[in-house]
Design a protein around this ligand. Sequence first.
Ligand code: AMP
Length: 578
Amino acid sequence: MKYKELAEFYEAASSTPKRLEKTEILVKFLKKIASSGKELDRDVLYLLLGDIYPEYDERRIGISTQIAIKAISKATGINETNVLHEWKVLGDLGKVAKALTAKRKQSTLHTGVLTTEKVLENLRKLPELIGKGTVGKKLDLITELLSSASPVEALYLIRTLIGDLRIGLKESTVRDAMAKAFFSENKEAPKKIQDIIDKSNDLASVFNIVKDGKIDEFEKIHLEIGKPIKAMLAQKAKNIKEAFESVGKPAAIEYKYDGFRLIIHKKGDKVIFFTRRLENVTKQFPEVVSYVQKYVKGDSFILDSEAVGFNKKTKEYMPFQDISQRIRRKYHIEKLQEELPVEINVFDILYYNGKSLLKEPFEKRTALIKKIVKNNPYKIIHAKQIITSDEVAAERFYKQALKDRQEGIMFKNLQARYQPGSRVGHMLKVKPEERDLDLVITGGEYGTGKRGGWLSSFILSCKAGKLKDEFLEIGKFGTGIKEKSTEESKIGISFHELTEKLRPYFLEEKGKSVKIKPKIVVSVTYQEIQKSINYNSGFALRFPRFTALRPDKHPTEAATLDEVKKDFENQKRNWRYG
Ligand code: AMP
């Protein structure tokens, strides 16, 4: 398909903020792709959301704004200083590319020659180029595209490259548009399509099945070992009584471990681990591979579990923030594995020996875990669990969980199925009222003196709403970060390290302030939430303090404004503030 047609779609979609109108525009576009009959056109589905591969694939375009500036300069023949100047004026590199491409003399000669296949072909080569000396090759690939792009095409090429498409399209809009385009009369369609999206995490293959309008064919999308699946998520209950009311009696109650989610796939000898963000972290946990091979029976399976750190000497469990680095570090793994050992607590099973268990009741799934996982404390065990209707027994179990330094307990309905990707009402967490939130960093300010060159304060934002992509500012923090990172103490993160983590997502720099794309999730504690006119959320955190990076969480999992409001209301009732 011509890239021009996609660019026109982007333009139309961004011309309205209304979701319904966006959906209608997309419905037309999807029908057009479906009728083209070209196999390759389905990959345009990835480009719709600014991707080049399915969500589970880890290859990302990963182009910094610096390289994008160089490419614009090279393609338009306008020097980098002028490109930078334009960026400061327009505040959007896409718009810079558009304006400068329009100035380029021969621009009209080239319009309409660029195809989506060519764009994908070049963009897909970018993540393969790693290491020193590859910048030139990357530049060539990008310049080739930009040179044959019209001004509008250049705008969207650059925005795609830097990962900031700004058309306000979400996966859920694509889902609704697919339902409307191919199942206009069927009210069940959005839910059924969501089901297969959650199972496959691949919009193009979902589109391929959906476009023929045969709902029965949906069963064709199976769980596949080695392909990540979205984890089932929990809701929150106020207390034990409320939790029982929601999930019914008797309920399975388990420790809510303070670690990170690890979804374990195994087929034959091959073992793969995914986080809840669908990232493959197998390399980081070689010891766990051998636990799975040795202590879990079965030829093929998918297990859901929580990895928890413990102190090697005292055998006490450690909080998540002390071991979070195990998810990210790709070097010195053996040393890290010695220093920060983890125990795997298995709490669910999705697939066993060639059969999906998603529709089986939890009761059956948890019984199977007990049969196939051989408990080996400090290596791999089944999650501690009781099945009871008794509130007193539940209370005792809860206290024990907190004593064992875990976060709280989980209530699970015994009859419920496993619903990938959903925050379900049949799995509820109960934990003590505490003042901490998972938020996204959306800005920062450069420091001075010994912090010169690094960001020294960071702007925190929450999500505007459950279904909204927008983020609202709620505070600034600078505490909880180390001045320097030392070899001896790997725990925590320094200003330098956090700045470098954020740098690929810098959107705009003005003086000392930087706007940052909402990508990095952090846990913070705070003393109090106040109403405030200083931030657009309407609230401000008092004394927020960084406690951990949450590389395992997606920005869409950050706390919502509603949750912040709830915490605000709750603290008013709390005697400590009386
Ligand atoms: P939250 O992150 O507060 O939404 O809590 C949900 C998370 O708790 C899940 O994503 C798991 O990582 C974790 N978790 C710990 N223990 C369990 C358990 N026994 N069952 C399910 N999830 C658990």
